[in-house]
Design a protein. Structure first.
Length: 423
């Protein structure tokens, strides 16, 4: 076996894992497992370490390399593990020379003879200022939906978040390079393109002329008429520019689905999180986009049990599900990350955090059921992802049979099973 990549965390990590596989195999690595880690919570880091031990027990002859956000923020943690042969930084993980260097280091001798520092190949992520476009060829062949990374890093410093220290400052792929990537992928028959990044709505601030995300979206749609569907991944709604909102209102090929970085529904909690919006801003944004695109489906990230959060504060987050008309929830039980300001704030009892997370998830499940109910009788354009499932424009799953992956079919929704629509 050549290279196996085990991925934790976000969709961006999943995209980058395919780059990792390409570059690691291109460097000639064999019998190697690469763990692409996530640092968003303590649990994510613990899961990566647990998986590393499990992988080594199953394949004792394999060499294990760790990369990703947790490797960037806690390199010594992973280098100290006897199972780990090398730790590669988050920016280097998509670079060919880093994998050639890893191959040379691994061939030089067994890792058990190395001390912790000798295993680490992690550079200063904050020194990275530019982002090269990455186009994947092989793995994307035949996939209905593919990702194009247009941005990386984050310039903000939310008090709960370690990710800027794993990803570095915000940097963007030039508009022209993005358009060319999308055109090439559309010509290859991929029906849906997803623009993705760490802080997507900060796109362009580092580029000449500082183009906004909305500018990029409009140029992609204008210059790639053969593209059937364009989708954008998670955004920070307070940074959404007017061109982006206008595109949502006027461009039918831009899918009516947004995932928002809301995090909380109480103004004092938002202030302590160092967020850039208040509750009223979030509600107003959702009302505006629903007025412009009445069928839009909205998802959101919400944190349960942030330090100092009272029951009344939490209730305002719970109420946000209905007030913003959310369909999809991604709930994070608060987890203190060493080195972040929130980790030094008064913490809540773990049982309270788990209870509030469960209540938020229950509210999210009820909201999803309401949306599934409301879809019955509607006619939707469904992207066929596999022989058994497709997705509507609103990213709702549809159970199907006998269709060809990659096709976009117009189907009438006749019911649902509580998880997927039927058509």
């Amino acid at each position: 076996m050549a290279v196996e990549v085990v991925t934790f965390g976000c969709r961006l990590n999943a995209f980058e894992s395919e780059l990792i596989r390409r570059e690691a195999e291109g460097a000639g690595l064999a019998d190697t497992i690469v763990v692409n880690s996530c640092a968003v919570t303590n649990e994510a880091v613990a899961q990566a370490r647990q998986q590393i031990r499990k992988l080594k027990r199953a394949r004792p002859e394999a060499r294990i390399i760790v990369t990703g956000c947790a490797a960037q923020t806690e390199p010594a943690t992973f280098a100290a593990m006897a199972e780990v042969d090398r730790v590669i930084g988050n920016d280097d993980k998509t670079r060919s020379d880093a994998w050639h260097a890893a191959k040379g280091a691994l061939e030089a001798g067994p890792s058990f003879g190395l001390d912790t520092e000798q295993k680490i190949a992690v550079a200063d992520i904050m020194a990275v200022r530019e982002m090269a476009p990455h186009l994947l060829d092989g793995y994307q062949s035949g996939l209905p939906r593919v990702f194009v990374q247009v941005q990386n890093g984050c310039d903000h410093r939310c008090t709960f978040c370690i990710i800027p220290y794993g990803r570095g400052n915000s940097r963007s792929v030039p508009v022209g390079a993005v358009v060319e990537q999308v055109r090439l992928l559309a010509e290859r028959g991929h029906a849906e393109i997803v623009l993705t990044g760490v802080d997507l709505t900060s796109y362009g601030a580092d580029l000449p002329g500082a183009p906004k995300l909305g500018t990029l979206v409009k140029k992609v749609l204008r210059h790639v008429p053969e593209l059937q569907r364009l989708r954008i991944s998670s955004i920070d709604q307070v940074e959404a520019d007017r061109d982006l909102i206008d595109a949502l209102a006027t461009e039918p090929r831009l899918m009516p689905h947004l995932h928002l970085s809301l995090q909380a529904g109480d103004d004092l909690v938002l202030k302590r999180m160092k967020r850039r919006h208040c509750r009223a801003d979030a509600v107003a944004f959702c009302e505006e986009v629903r007025l412009l695109r009445p069928d839009i489906a909205l998802g959101a990230d919400l944190i349960a049990g942030f330090p100092t959060e009272t029951e009344e504060m939490f209730q305002r987050s719970l109420d946000l599900v209905e007030e913003c008309g959310l369909t999809f929830l991604h709930v994070f039980p608060y987890s203190p990350r060493p080195g972040t300001p929130a980790a030094r704030m008064p913490q809540l009892d773990g049982r309270v955090i788990r209870d509030r997370a469960a209540r938020l998830r229950a509210a999210g499940e009820a909201a999803l059921q309401r949306r599934l109910d409301a879809e019955i009788g509607a006619t939707r354009a469904v992207l066929i992802e596999s022989p058994t499932q497709g997705r509507t424009e609103h990213f709702l799953p549809v159970a199907i049979s006998g269709a060809t992956p990659g096709d976009v079919q117009t189907l009438r929704i006749i019911g649902h099973d509580g998880a997927r629509l039927t058509a």
